[in-house]
Design a protein around this ligand. Sequence first.
Ligand code: BGC
Length: 752
Amino acid sequence: MRWLYPLFLLSSLAMAQFPGGPPPSRGPWSNPKLPPEERARLLVQAMTLDEKIQMVHGVGWFFGADMSLTGEAPPPIVYRSNGGGGFIPGIPRLGVPDLQMNDAMVGSGGGARMGRYSTAMPSALALASSWDLDLAREYAALIGKELRDQGYNITLGGGLNLTREPRNGRNFEYLGEDPLLAGRMAAAYVQGKQSQGIVGILKHYALNNQESGRYFANVRMPRKGARESELLAFEIAVKEGQPGSVMCSYNLYEGDYACENAYLLNDVLKKEWNWPGFVMSDWGATHSTVKAALNGLDMEMPGNTFFDGALKAAVEKGEVPMARLDGMVRRILWALFRAGVFDRRPQRQAPDIFRGFEVAQKAAEAGIVLLKNDRAVLPLDPQMKGTIAVIGGHADKGVLSGGGSAQVDPAGGNAVPPAPPKPGSSLLDIIFGTPVYHRSQPLRAIQALASSAKVVFHDGKDIAGAASLAKSAQAAIVFAAQHTSEGKDLADLSLPDRQDDLIAAVAAANPRTVVVLETGTAVKMPWLARVAAVVEAWYPGIRGGEAIANVLFGRVNPSGKLAMTFPKSEDDLPQPRLVAQPPARGPQDMGPMFPGGPAKMRVNTRQFDVEYPEGARAGYKWFQSMKREPLFPFGFGLSYTTFAYSGLRVDAAKREVAFTLRNTGQRAGAEVAQVYVQLPASAGEQFRRLAGWQKVTLKPGESRTVAVALHPLALAVFDEKAGRWETPRGTFRIFAGGCSADTPLRGEMAIQ
Ligand code: BGC
């Protein structure tokens, strides 16, 4: 709910920084040589009941607010908050530091009101499109470092809900539709954050795949489908990434809220995956005291409706055993000890802006996907003479970003000042609906690279005018943007505001029309056949303009591959079944808005069941099994060079495949070589699964042997009755190539 904070801009003035780090701790737990679990155990033993309770809940929605707004004296604790998305006061007596949390999926959020600069990284979907695990680590480490420089010790950024529904407004802050790709990228991402002494998180666990009705959606999906799709992504990410925390989601799964769902939290996450960290609720996603505590929730955020006095009373009455409360606190402390939060005094400093630029640009360049390039219109010749028409998308001002809690404040303010809100708009409409542009101008970057040409900009509002400029130009580059945000889904996948008409008109006027997309998810392209080239640049971050220009003019050879399917039409997508339930639960208590303010935010909406018919077949698996042609398939992306695959060898004992990859073109380039498997017939699957990949950089003419290990869970099915993974016996078909729909190498692997 960070988007409400601008209301409290004044608060920053009242906020004093907590000077220095935590006071020295005074017990055996302060010995950094002891393992984190031992330190956590010792510290819990030293805590009073009140101190334990203090650790398991936040202090309110607007703990950073200036209480003069409510006419009340502020509680002193408010002034120790760092102004981030969440705050839990520490316990000086025991040396427990304040827990300072902030949203940070694509950069540390909400800093401008605190006078802080954060690097706006390209969207997480752009990162996923790089398929580069080292880059994911570097991207996240940069954000982790900035969080630490700003005084935070827990990140709230680590989203990996699978892209089942391309219209989901939050796809830009997630890692695509495939459980292996999303899971492994998320693991690398969490490791990167945690390498900087920050408690890492994965969210939103689980099946929070749409924003519409997110507080009330009861997802119904057989366990097999859930385990083989989104829960598989979490399983890989939790086991490989070992996050300190997992955030449970708003929605329900099979009748229970995710934050009090014994199956999700206790049975799977904690017992089956043997994960020692703590479960934190999404903001306002706690709905009970005893049920939530017993079923696995360890921390209520951001307020204290259920896990403060109510939890204390429940412990005193024996409804929640003291051992369970101890376990909650121990998990939190384990994560803090392991991240080094107790041992390192915060060193506030201004982030290294230039390092940020470097990593942001590198990630943007690696994530850009070249979708079409007829007659090799790209790369454009930097020596070209004549006119280049740059049209639309505010390319003269900046690049678009995604909204909601993953919004990074634009340095220097929004490059495209928003239009005044429509009459009758709610505050949430305004906050979710306001596109924010970062000040990295594609126009300027293009001008810098095309120094012999005359680069002319047209804002695209007058379509005929834009087309006539394009007609007289050597090449036309149309920028098209689609804003998406937390809190709302897209009605459809069309580009808004007549941009399709603009592109069609420009393409009709100039055969060398290049479309650059800045989108948070897939879009439809009714003009595709008429344009020469399409570059998907996603939300490219604070150096997005430079990254785009480098790709357009060939300084960077694009190597990104789609992490999600682009459908031709919404009709080809799975159609979820929605069943409204009677408003049985009445108004939902969302916790106190802010101290002294309206006591409760009450929302009264019907619960509804949502059945996702695709189950395990999210994304390309649905398209394959339904034999539907997408616009662009998962894993697709062109390069300015070409690659050839040959010589597939399968090593069944090692569960590994190897082949030769050769750069057959004239330029150096990187290829994401992908391996898919089709399980033996007994699995009954009409689709292939991504089982592994390697990103390989090759010089022109160079060839290399590429070995790809097949992930064991990509070869297994979840046996719902037995409650475990089983690898079917029989013949696995193997496919290798540069895209899910183009796999020149085929082989077999027998598992007996
Ligand atoms: C979002 C979370 C976010 C939290 C804190 C919630 O509404 O769903 O992703 O971390 O707010 O801002």
